[in-house]
Ligand binder design. Structure first.
Ligand code: SAH
Length: 400
């Protein structure tokens, strides 16, 4: 017998409307014995079946939904979910089977967006970066890795379970090869550019695939322009700008390790234009450019998530406004601003309002050319705002 989670009466439970989470505060009682991470049946206040999910009493998100059908949750279930996730990417990108042979980068599993809460799997030129971020999914690690071998045939698998969010689930942090080791510095193709992925020490899973299509879109507007790639990390945007015919790129990040990845990639693509690399705080550097009168034909902004909770939104918006305003001031008349926010807690509306205010304070007019979000291999579920986080805008900056 499965343990049963009984939902409290008189609550508008989001799980009734397609949302994949049940919070501790929504639960009346749990019947039956269980260990953290076990699969449970969720029932409504009248005792009717709602869904199956896994339970972690240590987490405020106490149940995460696995299935809305009453069925066995076993190895076959997880194998099928992985197969469906891989199938969806094949339909998106038209990659020939298996993914393990492809030189590009793809998110193969995006947690709730693929009905596998807590699981994140990226593939970089055939090498897999693997994360199980919750206790309930961590238990199925072996089954999931087997399924990846079956449907992807990767060249190698690296576990990036060093994400601090695992602590909220009572899990340890760990990282390492799952199987035979390989060179962790991977050369990958992205839209015809060679980029470097450090699967071992790189940020998050090693590379930010959610911006892939935006880098391609940005490229169209950067020909002949001098570009500042601010918050460059491994340089995905700046390298794409060079392919698009930018006259030069300054890669800027506080992290020297990030700039090393930019340098390594720059050396592998034969660009005969000016490239420079600067370890600096973008806020300070923009202030300095403003003082010295240095101008750019385009500034690309892709800062880290400034808001980690809804409570931090106000201060995050102040940070976004400051950096966008300063960027607008160092862009030539008619130049381009590509600006992003990956804070899930900042809505698209709030982001656009912030841009309006920044433009008005900088005394410029913005012509919004593109409004975009994350690539479709990070699928968004309707009614689940937590699955949608990336905002990306291409604007022309006009003095009016
Ligand atoms: N544009 C990148 C992703 C950027 S992630 C891409 O396309 O892949 C955010 C980056 O900002 C990180 O590399 C981090 O090291 C850097 N960063 C954070 N705060 C910074 C600051 N104040 N100044 C400069 N870089 C910063």
């Amino acid at each position: 017998m499965r343990p049963v989670v009984n939902l409290l009466p008189k609550v508008k439970h989001r799980v009734f409307y397609g949302h994949p989470w049940v919070f501790a505060s929504e639960i009346g009682s749990v019947e039956g014995s269980f260990s953290p991470g076990d699969v449970v049946e969720v029932r409504d206040p009248r005792g009717r079946f709602v869904c199956l999910g896994y339970l972690n009493p240590e987490s405020t998100i106490t149940v995460r939904v696995l299935s809305r059908e009453d069925r066995e949750i076993d190895e076959g279930f997880f194998r099928e979910r992985v197969r469906q996730a891989v199938e969806y990417r094949h339909s998106l990108f038209g990659v020939k089977y298996p993914f393990g042979q492809d030189s590009g980068g793809y998110r193969l599993v995006y947690s709730e967006g693929d009905f596998l809460p807590g699981l994140v799997v990226d593939v970089f030129a055939g090498y897999v970066s693997f994360q199980t971020l919750t206790l309930g999914i961590d238990r199925w690690k072996e089954t999931l890795v087997d399924a990846i071998h079956e449907f992807v045939s990767p060249k190698g698998v690296y576990e990036r379970n060093d994400a601090p969010v695992r602590r909220l689930e009572g899990l340890n942090l760990r990282a390492g090869y799952l199987g035979a080791p390989f060179d962790p510095l991977i050369e990958m193709d992205e839209n015809g550019v060679t980029v470097m992925v450090d699967i071992q020490r790189g940020q998050k899973t090693g590379y930010f695939l959610d911006q892939s299509e935006n880098r391609l879109v940005a490229r169209k507007f950067l020909s002949g322009r001098s570009v500042l790639d601010a918050f460059s990390y491994s340089g995905g945007f700046g390298l794409s700008a060079l392919v698009g015919g930018a006259s030069g790129v300054l890669f800027m990040d506080v992290s020297e390790a990030a700039l090393d990845l930019c340098r390594a990639a720059a050396g592998r693509n034969r660009f005969d234009v000016e490239m420079s690399f600067r370890a600096a705080n973008v806020f300070d550097a923009l202030r300095e450019f403003e003082r010295s009168g240095r101008k750019f034909g385009a500034v690309l902004l892709d800062p880290p998530a400034f808001a980690r909770s809804r409570k931090m939104v106000e201060s995050a918006l102040a940070g976004y406004k400051e950096v966008n305003l300063r960027a607008m001031k160092v862009i030539e008349d008619g130049g381009i601003l590509c600006t992003s926010s990956c804070s899930q807690h900042v809505t698209a509306q709030e982001f656009d309002n912030m841009l309006d205010e920044a433009a008005s304070d900088a005394r410029v007019v913005l012509r919004v050319i593109e409004r975009r979000g994350q690539r479709a291999d990070h699928p968004i579920l309707a009614g689940v705002p937590e699955t949608e986080y990336l905002k990306f805008r291409v604007c022309q900056v006009l003095k009016g």
